[in-house]
Design a protein around this ligand. Structure first.
Ligand SMILES: [Zn+2]
Length: 325
């Protein structure tokens, strides 16, 4: 972002106002409209003002790899202010708009997680992106949108992100998914060991090597006419089946730590509401592949019947395929 000298004073005032406790949106609203060559004047957005103010350039500091350090810290909910400070490499040659100490205070204030209204780009809804549209050839993730019928309150829906094929009220879909998940967990989901240990033994490995070697020897024998078609087909089929069985048992079995924790909890049902959103999402992601079918099309009497029947059943069209079996 280029800093226009005429804006310097406005920036200094904005910084002071924020440090005095004004909100980002009110300070952004009080900024003079942005002037950019060839474009219409427009007011500052809070996010634009924030990006400008956390830039080390304002304090006449140059930074290295600021963008990626900041993005990484933000994605991991880490200390974004520290990430910004650590990317500062040297004093720059341009004049400072903000005093460095004041700028650092400001960055700490703007990066304070308690202040953050939208926590990064992390999904704010339990099932955003975790359910896919069941229409053949679509498969787009469902995201939350708000809809309102005349005379009725606004309602939030999960809706096919691509074309709106399938949608379901947010509370209905979440209740069904949570209900089935807790049923499964309460019934005792046996978690596999966190680290694959006894499954991938040297025995298995050497046996696999021997069988693969046998396959290539069979091919050589067949090429040299030492064995018949029938012998070759039979022997390779048997060997391949044995390899497949061994590979299946040797496959490392892992489970997400969040899922493991709740699976081993004395009462998954009591634990669930205490978990942060990200953990609940991790559990669902680890447990299920979820698809939502669109309601039947009302184009005929039969269509209307099917539609009405589907509408009566809250669980209609919600397909949850377990991934742990
Ligand atoms: Zn779709």
């Amino acid at each position: 972002m280029e800093i226009i000298p005429a804006e310097a004073e406005a920036i200094q005032r904005a910084a002071q106002a924020l440090l005095d406790g004004q909100t980002l949106s009110s300070v952004a609203a009080g900024m003079p409209p942005r002037e950019r060559a060839g474009r219409a004047l427009r007011p500052w957005r809070s996010s634009e003002l924030r990006s400008l103010l956390i830039s080390p350039r304002l304090a006449a500091l140059s930074a290295y790899d600021l963008e990626s350090a900041y993005t990484a810290a933000r994605a991991s909910r880490g200390d974004t202010a520290a990430a910004i400070f650590s990317s500062v490499v040297a004093p720059a040659i341009w004049p400072a708009i903000l005093d460095e100490t004041l700028w650092r205070d400001l960055v700490r204030k703007l990066c304070d997680p308690k202040r953050r209204i939208t926590p990064g780009s992390a999904p704010a809804h339990l099932l955003s992106g975790l359910v896919s549209c069941g229409v053949a050839g679509c498969g787009a993730p469902l995201r939350v949108s708000t809809a309102q019928r005349p005379g009725q309150p606004k309602r939030q829906y999960y809706r096919c992100f691509s074309a709106g094929h399938s949608r379901r009220p947010m509370d209905v879909l979440e209740d069904i998914v949570i209900g089935r998940t807790l049923d499964v967990l309460e019934n005792g989901l046996t978690p596999p060991p966190l680290e694959p240990d006894s499954t991938d033994t040297p025995d298995t490995t050497s046996e696999l090597a021997r069988l693969r070697d046998k396959l290539s020897r069979l091919a050589e024998q067949y090429a040299a006419d030492d064995i018949t078609d029938h012998q070759f087909t039979l022997a390779t089929a048997k060997t391949r089946a044995r390899i497949a069985a061994l590979e299946a048992t040797a496959k490392p079995v892992t489970m997400s730590p969040e899922l493991r924790e709740i699976a081993l909890a004395p009462s998954p049902r009591e634990m669930w509401p205490t978990l942060p959103l990200e953990s609940r999402r991790a559990i669902l992601r680890a447990l299920w592949t979820i698809e939502l079918q669109p309601y039947p099309v009302v184009g005929s009497d039969a269509g209307r019947l099917a539609f009405n029947a589907a509408k009566k059943d809250p669980a209609w069209g919600i397909q949850m395929v377990p991934t742990w079996q």
